[in-house]
Structures are given as structure tokens and as C-alpha cells.
Ligand binder design. Structure first.
Ligand SMILES: *Cc1c(COP(=O)(O)O)cnc(C)c1O
Length: 335
């Protein structure tokens, strides 16, 4: 089975495992795990920020960021398709007592001009709007990325109105691969950034939450309260260091493979359209007469695993476990 379900299914390579085994570790709750501290320094420097914090998952680092940036009763602006709104179990309400103000821009991304209208006036009837969260790349929009100038405009609208900007950068390196923007430039236009080490970068688990010193000081406290203070995290952190040092440049290969898979899908009689492929995510709109279930079963019979993505779409994702031979196999299938 060729596994296109997600870029989270990547297995650590032998070199990564070797690097993990040789990691020097300590107790990270006592702040003396040298490898975790090294990963945090490395990630913060990449994005031109003061500090970073190793977290268990992308959900945890997003939720910590929301908790630090808000108080109960506050409101946060995000896209209606955002992971923080759809796929984190209602965490913004559960953990932080925050309600969402949703952007429904059909592009699947937030634009600076969307935000101004959504900020509540300073009137006790309304929740206080304090935070904007944007997702780059935008998963449900098919892995599309933000133009850095738009991020800059969004950041300026936030600052003009006293709002914080969080970037859910689970796949930010897929975005940066295509735009060519330096992470340190991107970092200037965000108050906090969450990056996943466990997706396209191939580490078994972990994320980095990146921001200034004071933000991270508070984030450490919230991580502890959320039960995310872990001990010998250096083994995982080593995988993260290996991923950041070795697996960013190769993301371009995943994007080229995704374009090829998209072409194959677009020729199938029961696929209505394939959304434009910008990075490593392929979304195909299935003919309603055929159904998503049939599409998944047919692909499965041909050795291809993928996911349903809503009632009319399937999602395929390329990653470092997908080889050239796998893509050739798909191109030569008679479906
Ligand atoms: C995967 C993902 C996350 C984090 O997911 P975890 O499974 O909790 O690591 C956050 N945001 C986006 C956009 C994602 O795709």
C-alpha cells in the first residue's frame, strides 16, 4: 500500500534513528536537557526570534499559544477552515474560554482586508478581539501558501489594532520552499509560530512554538499545566534537529511528485476537478454520482491509501516515504 493519507505517516530513517540514539539527554522540566535546548535555540534563530519551546504536538503548541495570547471571554479571528477551529476538539473554548470570529474568504486564506471588519469595537457588549491565527500552508484549501506581503499586511493590521498574530505553521517549510522567503523574514511578521517537525520533515513527533522571551516564559507554564512537561525529550529533539538540518531542501521533491499525482487524478472519469497543487497536498473533487467512498475503495484496490476530506473530496499528501517508483507506479496504473 502506498500511503498518501498524510505526511504524518513518515517513518524515521536509519540516519535519523542513529542521530537520536546518540543524543545527550537530561530532564527537560528542570531545563537541563542539552539536546532539547539546542533544538529550541536552533529553531528560534532560524525564525529570527528570541526563544522556542518543544511541544508534544501541533495541537498542543497552537493551544498553548492561544492560551498565552488571550483571557477567558476574548475572541480570536481565524478562517472557518482553520485547524485551530475545526480539528482541535474545540480547544480554544475548552482550554482558553475563547470564541472564534470566522473568516469565510473563499480563497481558503485570510486577507488583511477581512480582518478590519471583524474586530469588535471597544464596547462591553462585545467580546474583546485580541488575536488572529493564520495557517500556512492552508490544509483545507489544498496546501496553498501565503504571499509574504499579505502576511506583512495582516501583521500590520493586527499591530494597528493591538492584536497578536499567531501562525499555525504546521507546514510552513512547504510554504517557504515555494516562496523562497527566509524564515527570519517571515518571523518578523508573527508574534508566535508553531512548526511541526513530525510532518513533511519526517521526525516521529514534536513541534516548536517560537516567539519572544516573555511569550515563551508564559508558554512553559501553560505547557506544564496542560500536562506537556516531559523529561528526557532530547531523543525526540535530536530527531527535530536532524529534520531541520537535512529534510527541508528535499520538500521540493514532494511538491513535484504532488503535481504528477494531481495530473493522474485529473484524468480519472469520476474526478470532477483537482484543486491547484502548490505544495504537497492534492485535493480531488469527486463526481457526486460516484461518491467519495467508491473513490477511496477503488484507489485502495490499486494499492493507494488516501483520506476522505469532507463529503465531496479526497486528499492525498506526498512526503519523504513516497518514492519516485511509487509515483511511476501510480502514473502507469490502469484505473
Ligand atoms: C497537523 C496539523 C496541526 C497539528 O496537528 P497534530 O496532529 O496535533 O500535531 C496543526 N495545524 C495544521 C494546519 C495541521 O495540518
Amino acid at each position: 500500500m502506498i500511503d498518501f493519507r498524510s505526511d504524518t505517516v513518515t517513518q524515521p530513517t536509519e540516519q535519523m534513528l542513529d542521530f537520536m540514539l546518540r543524543a545527550k539527554v537530561g530532564d527537560d522540566v528542570f531545563h537541563d536537557d542539552p539536546t532539547t535546548l539546542e533544538l529550541e535555540r536552533f529553531g528560534a534563530e532560524m525564525f529570527g526570534k528570541e526563544a522556542a519551546l518543544f511541544c508534544a504536538s501541533g495541537t498542543m503548541s497552537n493551544q498553548i499559544a492561544i492560551k498565552v495570547h488571550t483571557r477567558p471571554g476574548d475572541e480570536m479571528i481565524c478562517h472557518e477552515n482553520a485547524h485551530v477551529y475545526r480539528y482541535e476538539g474545540g480547544g480554544m473554548a475548552f482550554n482558553s474560554g475563547v470564541s472564534p470570529k470566522l473568516v469565510n474568504n473563499p480563497s481558503g486564506k485570510i486577507e488583511a482586508t477581512d480582518i478590519a471588519d471583524l474586530i469588535n469595537p471597544d464596547d462591553p457588549h462585545y467580546p474583546q478581539t485580541v488575536l488572529v491565527s493564520l495557517e500556512d500552508t492552508a490544509n483545507r484549501a489544498g496546501g496553498i501558501y501565503y504571499d509574504i506581503h499579505e502576511v506583512e499586511r495582516i501583521y500590520h493590521v493586527c499591530k494597528q489594532n493591538g492584536l497578536m498574530l499567531h501562525v499555525d505553521g504546521a507546514r510552513i517549510f512547504n510554504a517557504l520552499t515555494e516562496t523562497g522567503v527566509d524564515p527570519a523574514v517571515y518571523g518578523q511578521f508573527a508574534d508566535s509560530i508553531s512548526i511541526c517537525l513530525s510532518k513533511g520533515l519526517g521526525a516521529p513527533a514534536g513541534t516548536l512554538l517560537i516567539g519572544n522571551q516573555e511569550f515563551i516564559r508564559q508558554a512553559i507554564r501553560v505547557r506544564k499545566v496542560f500536562g506537556g512537561g516531559m523529561r528526557q525529550t532530547g531523543y525526540y529533539a535530536a530527531a527535530g534537529i536532524y529534520a531541520l538540518q537535512n529534510n527541508i531542501l528535499r520538500l521540493k521533491e514532494d511538491h513535484l511528485k504532488a503535481v504528477r499525482i494531481g495530473k493522474v487524478l485529473s484524468k480519472l472519469p469520476w474526478v470532477n476537478t483537482v484543486l491547484p497543487v502548490q505544495t504537497n497536498i492534492i485535493l480531488a473533487e469527486i463526481d457526486p454520482g460516484y461518491t467519495v467512498e467508491n473513490a477511496i475503495n477503488t484507489l485502495q484496490k490499486h494499492g493507494i491509501a488516501c483520506l476522505a476530506f469532507g463529503k465531496t473530496r479526497i486528499r492525498l499528501v506526498t512526503h519523504l516515504g513516497i518514492t519516485d517508483e511509487d509515483v511511476e507506479y501510480v502514473e502507469n496504473l490502469k484505473i
